[in-house]
Design a protein around this ligand. Structure first.
Ligand SMILES: Nc1ncnc2c1ncn2[C@@H]1O[C@H](COP(=O)(O)OP(=O)(O)OP(=O)(O)O)[C@@H](O)[C@H]1O
Ligand SMILES: [Mg+2]
Length: 255
C-alpha cells in the first residue's frame, strides 16, 4: 500500500524540481548554474553565455520537463534561422528519447513535437521574419536561442503571445554580439529578468589550455565568443561563420 504513495511523492517532486528530475530520470548532472536555472521559477530569464557551456541543452531539458508535467501546454522554440530552432528541437527530442520511444513524437517532429501522453506541444519557429511567428497564443514557455543575433521586430512580435498567459515564461539565451539590440539592452537594463552570465572558463568541460589558444589566436573574438563581452563592432572583423548565424539562409514554410 505504501509504494504508490512513495511514487506519487516522487512524481510530485519531479514536477516541482526539473533539476531533480534531470538527475534521476535523464542521468544529467547539471553544473551549478544549470541547476539554478532548472530550479528557477522566474518568469523572465536571460542567459549571456560563452560558447558550448551548455545553454541549449539546459533549456531543452527545461522545455521537455514543462511539456511533460503540464498537459496540453505549448512551448515555443525560436532562433534566428529555422535551422537553429530545429537544432534546439532536436535537443528536446534527445531528452524525450531518454524517457519514451521516438514513436511518441508527432510525424512533423522536425518543427513540431507533440507528446501523445498529454498533448503538450513543442514548436520550433524561424526568427528571421516577425510575420512567421504570429498565430500562437498562451505558451507556457518561449525560448529564444541565439537571441543576440535576431532583429528587435521578432522579439516585439513574440511578446503579445504572453499577454493572455499569466503563467507564461520567456528565456533569452545567446553568446553576446553587437552592443545594441534587444538582447543587449535587456541584459544591461534594469528590468525584472533573472540574469545568468556563464563565461566558457566556468565550464568544467572546456580546458583552460584550449581557451588560451583561442585567446592568442584572436583576442577580440575570444572576448565575445567565450567571455560574455558585447562588441562595439568598430574594431571587429566578423567571420562568415558568425554572419551565417545572423541571416536567414535557409528555412522551411510551415504546412
Ligand atoms: N551538465 C552537463 N554535463 C555533461 N555534458 C553537458 C552538460 N551540459 C552540456 N553538456 C554538453 O556540452 C555540449 C554543449 O552543450 P550545448 O550545445 O547545450 O551548449 P551551448 O552553450 O548551447 O553551445 P553553443 O555555444 O554552440 O550554442 C553538448 O555536447 C552537451 O551535451
Ligand atoms: Mg546552443
Amino acid at each position: 500500500m505504501s509504494q504508490p504513495a512513495i511514487d506519487l511523492g516522487r512524481a510530485l517532486a519531479y514536477g516541482l524540481d526539473a533539476s531533480l528530475w534531470a538527475r534521476d530520470v535523464l542521468d544529467f548532472q547539471p553544473d551549478p548554474w544549470q541547476e539554478k536555472l532548472l530550479r528557477s521559477t522566474a518568469s523572465q530569464l536571460i542567459l549571456n553565455c560563452g560558447r558550448q557551456v551548455g545553454k541549449s541543452s539546459t533549456i531543452a531539458t527545461l522545455a521537455v520537463h514543462g511539456a511533460i508535467f503540464e498537459p496540453d501546454s505549448l512551448t515555443i522554440l525560436i532562433a534566428p534561422t529555422q535551422r537553429q530552432s530545429i537544432e534546439l528541437a532536436r535537443k528536446c527530442i534527445d531528452v524525450l528519447q531518454r524517457i519514451e520511444p521516438v514513436e511518441h513524437l508527432s510525424e512533423d517532429a522536425k518543427t513540431s513535437i507533440e507528446l501523445k501522453r498529454n498533448r503538450s506541444r513543442i514548436v520550433a519557429l524561424p526568427g528571421h521574419d516577425a510575420k512567421n511567428i504570429r498565430g500562437y497564443s498562451a505558451p507556457r514557455l518561449i525560448v529564444f536561442d541565439e537571441a543576440a543575433f535576431a532583429a528587435d521586430a521578432v522579439y516585439e512580435a513574440l511578446l503579445p503571445m504572453l499577454a493572455a498567459s499569466p503563467e507564461g515564461r520567456i528565456a533569452l539565451l545567446s553568446t553576446p554580439f553587437l552592443n545594441f539590440g534587444f538582447f543587449c539592452e535587456i541584459w544591461h537594463g534594469t528590468g525584472s529578468w533573472e540574469r545568468y552570465e556563464v563565461p566558457s572558463r566556468d565550464c568544467p568541460r572546456i580546458s583552460p589550455e584550449w581557451l588560451e589558444a583561442r585567446r592568442l589566436e584572436d583576442p577580440v573574438t575570444f572576448e565575445r565568443e567565450y567571455c560574455c563581452k558585447f562588441s562595439s563592432g568598430a574594431d571587429t572583423w566578423f567571420p562568415d561563420e558568425l554572419l551565417d548565424r545572423m541571416v536567414a539562409d535557409e528555412y522551411e514554410l510551415f504546412p
